[in-house]
Design a protein around this ligand. Structure first.
Ligand SMILES: Cc1cc2nc3c(=O)[nH]c(=O)nc-3n(C[C@H](O)[C@H](O)[C@H](O)COP(=O)(O)OP(=O)(O)OC[C@H]3O[C@@H](n4cnc5c(N)ncnc54)[C@H](O)[C@@H]3O)c2cc1C
Length: 459
C-alpha cells in the first residue's frame, strides 16, 4: 500500500482510526490459533457506510481486506494471510433496537456477546448461545463461525438465533437479509449463508437476534467417574432416556488437574472424568429431568453424583469448565486444540479413539467439551520447538479428523476451518463440495479480496 492509499483510508475513517505503524500491526497479526501474518494497515469501523466505502476502495485498488471481531477465533479466520487491511469491527457496539414483544434484539456486529443478556434480562429474556469466549468474542465473529456454547445441547447454536442482518458485500453494496417474522421464505435463506462464512462473503454490520424467556429454574450437578468410557456412555444414555439437559460438559483427568492447578473449582483430582450437567425449565420439570439423569449415570457406575445446592456452588462448577482452555495452556509451552464432533451415540468410540491415537504417538492429550452435542475438544499439550513432537502431533491430528469422519462426524463442530483445518476440508466434503464453495465465493467476491486464503484455495 502506498501513501495515497493510506490518505484515502484516513479520509474514510478519520486519521485516529487508521493504524499503519509496524509495531501497531503486531496485535492484529494473529488470533487464538497458531496462524500469523502481518497486515499493512488496520482500520476501525464505526458505521456501515465506512465499511461500504472501504470495500469499494479495496476493490478499485485490489487490496485484500480481513474482517476481525475480537480475534478470539481458534482456526485463524481473522489472520490477514494476504496482508492488506484488517477491518476491526469491535467499535460497533451499539444496540439498535430491543423489541421484547417479538423477542428480538438488533445490535451492531461488534457487540460483545455477553453484553446482550443484561439488557434483555430486564424483560425476562436471554440470548442462549454462550461460547466459552462469551465475555470477549463479538456477535459478528460468533455468526461468522457459527459459534456453539455450553447451552448448545438444548438451545442450539448461533445459527438458530440469526433472524436478519445488514451486510456489506465485497464490492461495497449494502444489503439487508432476512426478516423479523418467525417464518420467512421469500427467496433463498440468504442470511443463513453468512452463518459460518468466516468473513469471506461479506461484512455483517448489524444483526437481529432471537431471544428466549429466561428459564424459571436450574438444577446443576457434578457426576464423577472412574473411567472415561462410563462418562461417555452416560452422555448417550441420558439422551436416550429422553432428557435434554441444557448443558452436559465432559472434562477428563488431565483437564481436571490443569483446572485445579489454575484455580480451585472443587473438582476431584483422581477422577478419570466428570460430567457437568444442568437441566432447566419449570421447577418441577427441571427437577424431574435431573432425577432421570441421576438414574442414567448410576447405571454407568458413577462414583459420586452431587447437586449444586446454591448459585455459588453452581457458578464454581461452571467456572471450572470456562477456564479449561486457559488452564491447559499452562501445562506445556503450547497446545493444539481441536473440535472434532461426532453423533452423540458414537461418543464412547470417539473418546477411546482419541486416547488410543495420543498413546500411539506418545502425546499428552486433555479432553473436554460440549459432550452433549458430541463436540469434544481434544487438546494436545506440546512444545512446538520440539520438531519430533510436532511431527507426531500433526500425524495424530490427521488421524483424529479421519476418526471423526469415519464415525459420521465432522472435523469442526464450532471453530470453523480457517487456516488450521483447510488441508482437511476436502476429506470431509469432497472435491464437488469444494467446487461448490468456490463457485459461491466467486459470485460474491470475484476478485477474491475479502479474507482470501481461508477455508479452501481458489483455482
Ligand atoms: C478461551 C476461548 C474459549 C472459546 N470457546 C468457544 C466456544 O465455547 N464455542 C465456540 O464456538 N467458540 C469458542 N471459541 C472460539 C471463538 O471465541 C469464536 O469462534 C468466536 O465466535 C470468535 O469471535 P471473535 O469476535 O473473536 O471473531 P474473530 O476471531 O475476530 O473472527 C472470527 C471470524 O469471523 C470473521 N468476522 C468477524 N467479525 C465479522 C463481521 N462483522 N462480519 C463478517 N465476518 C466477521 C473473521 O473474518 C473471522 O473469519 C473460544 C475461544 C477462546 C479463546
Amino acid at each position: 500500500m502506498n501513501r495515497n492509499h493510506i490518505t484515502e483510508l484516513e479520509t474514510i475513517f478519520g486519521q485516529e482510526l487508521v493504524l499503519t505503524e509496524p509495531e501497531d500491526m503486531i496485535a492484529y497479526s494473529y488470533d487464538a490459533s497458531h496462524a500469523e501474518n502481518s497486515p499493512e494497515a488496520v482500520v476501525f469501523a464505526t458505521t456501515t457506510q465506512q465499511v461500504s466505502e472501504l470495500m469499494k476502495f479495496a476493490y478499485r485498488e485490489h487490496i485484500a481486506v480481513t474482517p476481525r471481531g475480537q480475534g478470539s477465533g481458534l482456526s485463524g479466520g481473522s489472520v490477514p494471510l494476504a496482508g492488506g487491511i484488517v477491518l476491526t469491527m469491535d467499535k460497533m457496539q451499539s444496540i439498535i433496537e430491543f423489541d421484547p414483544a417479538n423477542r428480538l434484539i438488533t445490535v451492531e456486529a461488534g457487540m460483545t456477546t455477553s453484553d446482550i443478556d443484561p439488557v434483555v434480562a430486564e424483560e425476562n429474556l436471554f440470548y442462549p448461545p454462550d461460547p466459552g469466549s462469551v465475555t470477549f468474542s463479538t456477535i459478528g465473529g460468533n455468526i461468522a463461525e457459527n459459534a456453539g456454547g455450553l447451552r448448545g445441547l438444548k438451545y442450539g447454536v448461533t445459527k438458530d438465533y440469526v433472524k436478519m442482518m445488514k451486510v456489506v458485500l465485497p464490492r461495497g453494496e449494502i444489503v439487508t437479509l432476512g426478516n423479523k417474522c418467525v417464518k420467512h421464505v421469500a427467496g433463498f435463506n440468504m442470511e443463513g449463508i453468512f452463518v459460518g462464512s468466516e468473513g469471506m462473503l461479506g461484512i455483517m454490520t448489524e444483526v437481529t437476534l432471537a431471544l428466549l424467556p429466561i428459564p424459571e429454574h436450574h438444577e446443576s450437578a457434578l457426576a464423577i467417574f472412574d473411567t472415561l468410557e462410563s462418562a461417555a456412555q452416560s452422555v448417550s444414555d441420558i439422551i436416550a432416556a429422553g432428557v435434554t439437559p441444557s448443558t452436559m460438559e465432559f472434562i477428563d483427568n488431565i483437564t481436571i488437574n490443569a483446572i485445579q492447578n489454575f484455580q480451585d473449582c472443587g473438582l476431584p483430582l483422581d477422577a478419570e472424568a466428570v460430567l457437568l450437567i444442568e437441566t432447566d425449565g419449570e421447577k418441577h420439570s427441571a427437577i424431574l429431568e435431573m432425577a432421570k439423569v441421576e438414574t442414567a449415570v448410576r447405571k454407568n457406575n458413577v462414583r459420586e453424583f452431587s447437586r449444586a445446592e446454591s448459585a455459588k456452588e453452581r457458578d464454581l462448577l461452571f467456572s471450572g469448565r470456562r477456564v479449561a482452555l486457559n488452564a491447559l495452556a499452562n501445562v506445556k509451552p503450547n497446545l493444539i486444540l481441536e473440535d472434532a464432533t461426532v453423533p452423540r451415540s458414537r461418543l464412547p468410540e470417539m473418546v477411546s479413539g482419541i486416547v488410543k491415537i495420543a498413546a500411539e504417538h506418545d502425546l499428552q492429550v486433555g479432553i473436554f467439551g460440549h459432550a452433549g452435542d458430541g463436540n469434544l475438544h481434544p487438546t494436545f499439550l506440546i512444545d512446538m520447538q520440539d520438531a519430533d513432537e510436532m511431527a507426531r502431533t500433526e500425524k495424530a491430528v490427521e488421524e483424529l479428523f479421519q476418526l471423526a469422519i469415519d464415525l459420521e462426524g465432522t472435523i469442526s463442530g464450532e471453530h470453523g476451518i480457517g487456516v488450521e483445518k483447510k488441508p482437511f476440508l476436502k476429506n470431509q466434503i469432497g472435491a464437488e463440495g469444494i467446487r461448490l464453495l468456490q463457485d459461491i465465493k466467486k459470485t460474491f467476491d470475484p476478485e477474491n479480496l475479502l479474507n482470501p486464503g481461508k477455508m479452501f484455495d481458489m483455482d
